[in-house]
Ligand binder design. Sequence first.
Ligand code: CO8
Length: 380
Amino acid sequence: MNEVLITGTGLWTPEYGVTNAELVESLTRAVRKWNADHAAEIESGELEERDLPSEKFIVRASGVGHRYVIEKEGLLDPDRLRPHLPTRSEDELSIQAEICVAAAEEALAQAGISGSELDAVVVGASNIQRAYPAIAIEVQDALGAGGFAYDMNVACSSATFALQNAIDAIKTGSARRALVLCPELTSCHNNFELREFHFIFGDACTAVVLESADVAGAAGGAGTGESWSVLGTRLATKFSNNIRNDFGFMNVAEDTPRHPHELLFRQNGRQVFGDVCPMVAEHIATHAAEVGVDLEDLKRFWLHQANLGMNKTIAKTLLDREPSPEESPVILDEYANTSSAGSVIAFHKHRDGLEVGDQAVLCSFGAGYSVGSVLLRRRS
Ligand code: CO8
């Protein structure tokens, strides 16, 4: 089996930032208008008055402070509450492919290779812009890569599931250099009309370059020289309806039309919190034991970024003490939950201070339920 290295990471961050205050203001205006428009039904008891959102709740319950989005005006318009995006022609690069290419360029530069040296491209994301041709094949074409490319979706866990696919391909020799992308445009599938969901998500795209150790560094490019050995990967799933989205190709054929909210993200957040924290802690502990890594020797936990309390709980269970902010980095204050991109953003932005030989874990978890972990050791 070939040794697999991560030799580059990249991040595309949208140009528009949205604060909690801006989101709360637009939803407050929309809810006040709805309550006024339905005053008679509320008065008669036919409808319930809707509650207003709250900035204080958002920060206390989730740790989310801000997010970046691909388009801001539409989702802050109280009469719309969803982004405005231009419909692109077939001759233009799709929006998801475009953000993949932007993130890929940074990752390829770090690795010191060009797109033409890749022989596998895997796009893993919670939502894919179209059914086919695959976004990954479009990216492969745009980068001049060879080999094969495909899209896949395991919601927030798409990051680690896609990484395992790329790692397995390199280990067994069906690819030598692979690119894993997580183009998350969550703002197109988030429900900005409901106060329990409107604050959760943000947009971003990540890229990871993986290479077989025997070819890494052989391309001759000016990479950073930093590399991470993959010590092992572990994936698990367990069915749950607590995070759900019924958008799909059968919607047009269904005899009973769905409520529009069923075609967007929805969850029973409190139940998810309770179910997933122990599942993830147990998953990482088992994985570390299988690979022969002591939990105390894990210097960093790049965890999926859904909720600050969840990440603290998971790291505390594993370490048997409070994690320091360096040990379990959080990006929720700036990026919010970017679905599968979150754990990779944490890895991309927070690996300073780790030395050659240091071990760490990247772990994503979410709908399905699903959880995946990648154990890493800094090699150079
Ligand atoms: N402002 C004020 N009050 C509020 C608000 C608000 N915005 N929202 C809810 N409340 C109220 C509720 O009505 C409730 O009132 P009451 O007690 O009277 O019923 C009270 O506050 C408490 O509500 P919750 O129990 O819902 O609040 P929690 O403390 O549980 O916090 C969270 C809610 C923040 C959602 C929290 O439960 C959480 O983060 N859970 C973890 C969720 C998680 O990790 N999910 C993973 C999702 S990611 C994924 O895998 C899907 C990927 C798909 C991406 C698609 C892109 C769109």
